[in-house]
Design a protein around this ligand. Structure first.
Ligand SMILES: [Zn+2]
Length: 211
């Protein structure tokens, strides 16, 4: 093989290699380093969320968000709450709060409610527009299952406004069903809410560390 043919073969080989690397990078969703976590407690004020007797989703969601906030700040991670008290914040405003922070990720906390009292477990939603969101959703969901041993309802796509109008990696976690008696019993236990909060923080930290 003369020098020119060796040169051509090397060029072709390096082109082939760079194409493989490019495709690998393109397919591999890398976590973007973030500077702040926007914690969104679902509902608030006149919007009670799901209810069962005097158990209101809005109170439980805020309690979990406060616990996540304490945990993340103890790890040196900066946070911002869309609401820190029992006030009503519209869905578009929640998304705007996230969009105003260029290096943020967004985590919304809710408790579920269903007509069927049998429905139970934990699920995490994301909007398909943002691939980072899917990755974050998987990390939060698996950490939540690991910490609570609750039923797995999976990671699901959704068009919820706080996700669809959100330009940041954004997920929405449903921590338990208030309409299910054993889920509700767990949701009312501060220890369960602490475990969920630590799981959310763990998922966020894992997302930050992921390559
Ligand atoms: Zn809700």
């Amino acid at each position: 093989m003369n020098n020119f043919r060796i040169y051509k073969t090397c060029r072709l080989f390096s082109l082939f290699l760079s194409l493989i690397i490019f495709n690998y990078i393109k397919d591999e969703v890398r976590a973007v380093p973030f500077t702040k976590v926007i914690l969104d407690a679902g509902h608030g004020g006149h919007d009670l969320g799901g209810t069962f007797g005097l158990t209101f989703e809005k109170h439980l969601a805020l309690d979990v968000v406060r616990r996540v906030d304490v945990y993340l700040r103890s790890q040196g991670i900066s946070t911002k709450l869309t609401r820190s008290n029992d006030s009503f914040i519209s869905l578009p405003r929640r998304a705007r709060i996230a969009n105003a922070e260029s290096g943020a990720i967004f985590v919304s906390i809710h408790f579920n409610h269903a007509r069927s009292r049998k429905a139970a477990g934990i699920e995490t939603f994301y909007h398909s527009r943002n691939k980072q969101s899917l990755k974050l959703a998987h990390m939060v969901q698996s950490a939540a299952l690991y910490k609570t041993r609750a039923g797995n309802r999976g990671v699901k796509k959704a068009n919820f406004l706080v996700l669809s109008k959100n330009n940041r990696p954004a997920v929405l976690l449903e921590c338990a069903f208030l309409s299910n008696s054993s889920d509700r019993y767990r949701a009312l236990d501060p220890e369960y809410r602490q475990r969920i909060a630590e799981a959310v923080a763990m998922g966020i930290i894992k997302f930050r560390q992921s390559k």
